[in-house]
Write a protein of this length. Structure first.
Length: 308
C-alpha cells in the first residue's frame, strides 16, 4: 500500500464538483463510512440465524442485543476497512470520492470512530453469550486482516471473504441457541455460497476499475469472461441445493420450501443469462437477484417459524 498515492485526474475533477462541507454533508460522510448496505445485509444474516435457532417465542431483549451488537460491530468493521483501504480507494473512480480518500473526513478520526463502534458492538454481544461474541470478533479480524489485504494478492480473496461474510448468520444462530448446530452451519454455507455470485457480478461490472486499483479480482485478472460466468452459475446452483437441506433435515417446513425454491430459481435464472452473454446488463441482473434473495430468505425462515 503506497501512502504517496495521488488521486487520478478524473477523481480530482469529480472532487471539484463536490458541495462544500456542512452538518448534513458530514453526517452523510460518516453514514457512508459504516457501509450501510453491507451492515444491513449482515444484520439480516444474523436475524435469519436467530429466528432459525429460536424455539417458541424469541426473547425481545436477546434479539435486540444480538441485532444491535451485530450492527455496531459490522459498522465499525466497515469504517476500519475504509481506513485501511483509503490509499487504494483513491486509485479507483468508483471509490475515489469516498470520505477518506477525498479528504472530507480525517483518517485518524475515522480510525477512532471505527474502534468505538467495534468495541460497542462486541460489548453488546458479550451480554448475549461468549460464542456469539467470539464469532463477531473473528468476523472482524478475518475481514480486516485476511480478506482486505488478500484483495490485492490473489483472486481467491472472494472465496476467503465468504467466511467473515457468512459468520454473522452463524452468530445469530448461536445467539438464540448458545451452541453451533447443524442448522447454523447450513445457514452459514448458504450465505457463503450466496456471496460468490453477488461479488463476482459486482467485480465484473467494475473490472477495469478494480484493475486500475491493483485489486486481484477474478474478472480483473482473468480476461476470459467465461471463468467468471462459470463460477456465478455454479455457486447459484449450489446455493439452491444447500438451501434444501434445511427442510430435508426437518429444520424448516413447507412454507420455507414454498418460498425458497422460487427464490433460488430466481437467482439461477439471471446467472444462466450471464453465462450465455457476459454483458453489464446481465451482471446487474445477477447483482439485483442476489440483493433480493437475502430478505426473501429471512422472510421464508420467519414465516415458517411463526406460521407452523
Amino acid at each position: 500500500m503506497n501512502s504517496n498515492t495521488f488521486l487520478s485526474e478524473e477523481a480530482a475533477e469529480l472532487r471539484l464538483l463536490r458541495p462544500g462541507a456542512g452538518p448534513i454533508s458530514t453526517l452523510q460522510d460518516y453514514w457512508e463510512l459504516v457501509k450501510p448496505e453491507i451492515t444491513f445485509q449482515v444484520v439480516l444474516a444474523a436475524l435469519a440465524g436467530f429466528i432459525l435457532g429460536t424455539t417458541g417465542s424469541p426473547s425481545p431483549t436477546l434479539l435486540l442485543l444480538t441485532l444491535a451488537g451485530t450492527a455496531f460491530a459490522s459498522a465499525g468493521g466497515g469504517v476500519l476497512n475504509h481506513y485501511i483501504e483509503r490509499h487504494n480507494d483513491a486509485l479507483m473512480r468508483r471509490t475515489a470520492q469516498r470520505p477518506l480518500p477525498s479528504g472530507r473526513i480525517n483518517a485518524g478520526i475515522a480510525l477512532v470512530f471505527g474502534i468505538i463502534l467495534v468495541v460497542t458492538g462486541l460489548t453488546l454481544l458479550w451480554w448475549v453469550n461468549l460464542t456469539t461474541l467470539l464469532l463477531a470478533a473473528l468476523t472482524i479480524v478475518l475481514y480486516l486482516f485476511a480478506y482486505t489485504p488478500l484483495k490485492r494478492r490473489t483472486t481467491y480473496n472472494t472465496l476467503i471473504g465468504t467466511i467473515p461474510g457468512a459468520l454473522p448468520a452463524l452468530g445469530g444462530y448461536t445467539a438464540a441457541t448458545g451452541t453451533v448446530g447443524t442448522a447454523g452451519w447450513i445457514l452459514f454455507g448458504m450465505f457463503a455460497l450466496w456471496q460468490i455470485p453477488h461479488f463476482l457480478a459486482l467485480a465484473w461490472m467494475y473490472r477495469k476499475d478494480y484493475a486500475r486499483g491493483g485489486h486481484a479480482m477474478l474478472p480483473a485478472k482473468n480476461p476470459e469472461a467465461k471463468a467468471t460466468a462459470h463460477r456465478i452459475l455454479a455457486y447459484s446452483v449450489l446455493l439452491l441445493g444447500t438451501s434444501l437441506l434445511l427442510p430435508l433435515l426437518d429444520y424448516t417446513g413447507w412454507i420455507y420450501l414454498a418460498i425458497i425454491i422460487p427464490a433460488g430459481i430466481g437467482f439461477i435464472w439471471p446467472s444462466v443469462g450471464f453465462h450465455q452473454k457476459q454483458t453489464a446488463t446481465q451482471a446487474r441482473r445477477v447483482l439485483l437477484a442476489s440483493i433480493i434473495y437475502v430478505p426473501i430468505l429471512v422472510a421464508a425462515i420467519t414465516a415458517d417459524h411463526w406460521l407452523l
